[in-house]
Write a protein of this length. Structure first.
Length: 524
């Protein structure tokens, strides 16, 4: 018998199995820099081989992660029976997985890692680590629709309740997570993103071709790679650039805006035309990695007037290509840029104009920023980022699960409930009972309502109510705890006073009680 081979197999089998949830990652560019970060981290984790890894994929991205199997990772498509669906709502994905592929515990998973934040596939008894990028919806709620804010609030509630460990991409984000989510500091880490080596240095010929393709030829240009999200502040950048040209019309600087501008694209194009900047401002749309590298190599500077960032990956890319940086004086960007950036107030167009003018009039300033940027890159090495993530995963795995108060989703502040209600109770020494008192108002547009109750994916009971009726729904919860789901039909949308919620019936009272004493231990 090959003793060495036996020992290697035994050691591998004893390594913790870490499930990594990549189901939220789309096939396109909608995830922004987060998708690039996750792919880079996966390569680093696979190379270290400290753990075994199970990638939780979805039908829309399963094949894009096939290459990681050659690196020793295993893939599990959570809805392999339906290859044509798009991303489902978070809780629907949870129950879809439970019905189709069984639990993570059954597969021997020691820890769940959620690099796209939402711990929707968390299971009791399995420690969970989540990466948090930013809490922008709390700082700039007007940049999001009510539905988007509700979705973000939901998955951050799940993070606060479920995660045994939270990794933030900057100290700024860590502080926000502790202050705004009430997370204990001892289970929140800050690990900065790393410089990404996916962009290979282009040839001079490639740079010339790309410059010609996007209409800048030999002109110096300020470069802004960013999707068209409101916080990226494209409109104020155009105002600052217009002010520069008005004050110094002889300066030959152009402006190149690269990225998926989404719904803002048409409006920005119109703004460029109305401001008379068509010959100086170039909107490239989404570009390939090869085109992006060429645009970086040819850029006069990076201009980054963002209103909010959790980190700021373009700053690292600028440093990598020796491009001088002009960026907003935000705490997160100062963490990355240090002394290698010329900082501006992103709300003042004159600041943007003055910074671009300074770099053009004083080339030595740009050279000095480039040199400082090259020196700062050693703070953001992929190997360091990977090692720090591994240390967090190991520490959280050794700590185990820290159970918290029950988690409730789907109940609004005014006691109306949506089509789906989920409640989670953690372990206890004794059996408990969820007692829900549900009322069907006689003013609803339909005559009957149905409430189906599931516990851990198994049907428990169906409650039927007519107009004006109130009834109780009781569900036993074993000492191990578990998820209860209520599916309520039909639903309606009030559409009055701006209320576009999807509503069903009202929850008069929801209590979790001890079976032996009837003591109420939690109330919704």
């Amino acid at each position: 018998m090959n003793v060495l081979g036996f020992l290697r197999r035994k050691t591998s089998a004893e390594q913790p199995l870490v499930a990594i949830d990549v189901t939220p990652i789309s096939a396109g560019s909608e995830n922004g820099g987060a998708k690039i970060f996750v792919q880079q981290l996966l390569h680093g984790l696979a190379a270290r081989r400290r753990h075994r890894y199970l990638l939780l994929t979805a039908p829309w991205n399963h094949e894009s992660f096939a290459g990681f199997e050659a690196a020793g990772m295993t893939r599990l498509c959570l809805d392999a029976g339906n290859q044509n669906v798009g991303p489902l709502r978070a809780r629907e994905r949870f129950w879809s997985r439970r019905r189709r592929v069984g639990s993570l515990r059954e597969r021997g998973v020691s820890l769940l890692f959620c690099p796209m934040t939402d711990p929707v596939h968390a299971e009791r008894g399995i420690p969970t680590v989540c990466t948090v990028y930013d809490l922008q919806h709390l700082a700039y709620p007007g940049f999001f629709t009510a539905a988007e804010r509700a979705t973000r609030d939901g998955f951050f509630r799940r993070v606060a309740h479920t995660a045994s460990g939270v990794v933030c991409i900057s100290e700024f984000t860590r502080g926000e997570a502790i202050d705004r989510l009430g997370l204990p500091p001892e289970r929140v880490w800050s690990i900065p993103l790393a410089v990404q080596h996916r962009l290979t240095p282009p040839s001079e010929d490639a740079v010339r071709q790309v410059r010609a393709r996007f209409g800048v030829s030999d002109a110096p240009y300020a470069f802004y790679p960013a999707n068209g999200w409101p916080h990226k502040n494209h409109r104020l950048l155009l105002l600052g650039f217009s002010q520069l040209l008005a004050e110094r019309p002889e300066i030959p600087i152009h402006l190149v805006l690269a990225g998926n501008l989404l719904d803002a694209g048409a409006n920005l194009q119109q703004a460029v035309a109305r401001m008379g900047l068509t010959q100086r401002v170039h909107l490239t749309g989404f570009v390939s990695d090869e085109e992006l590298a060429a645009l970086w190599r040819g850029a006069f500077c990076l201009v980054f007037p963002s209103l909010y960032e959790g980190f700021g990956i373009p700053l690292l890319e600028a440093m990598q290509f020796g491009t001088p940086i002009v960026c907003s004086r935000l705490q997160s960007l100062v963490e990355v840029g240090g002394d290698a950036a010329r900082y501006i107030d992103p709300r003042r167009p004159g600041d943007i104009a003055a910074a671009l003018q300074e770099l053009f009039d004083n080339p030595s300033v740009g050279r000095e920023l480039s040199e400082r940027g090259a020196q700062r890159l050693h703070r953001f090495l992929p190997s360091d980022m990977t090692e720090r993530y591994l240390n967090v995963l190991d520490e959280v795995c050794s700590r185990g699960v820290q159970e918290r108060m029950p988690l409730v989703e789907g109940v609004f502040d005014d006691r109306w409930i949506g089509p789906v209600v989920t409640v989670l109770a953690g372990p206890s020494q004794h059996k408990r009972i969820w007692d829900f008192e549900i009322h069907f108002p006689d003013s609803l547009p339909h005559s009957k309502a149905s409430v189906r109750a599931d516990f851990e994916g198994r049907k428990v009971r169906t409650l039927r109510l007519g107009r004006g009726e109130t009834s109780h729904l009781q569900i036993d919860v074993p000492p191990a705890g578990g998820w209860v789901r209520l599916d309520v039909t039909p639903s309606f949308v009030p559409r009055t006073n701006g209320d576009f919620r999807e509503l069903t019936v009202q929850l008069v009272r929801g209590q979790l009680r001890e079976s032996r004493t009837s003591e109420v231990v939690f109330e919704v």
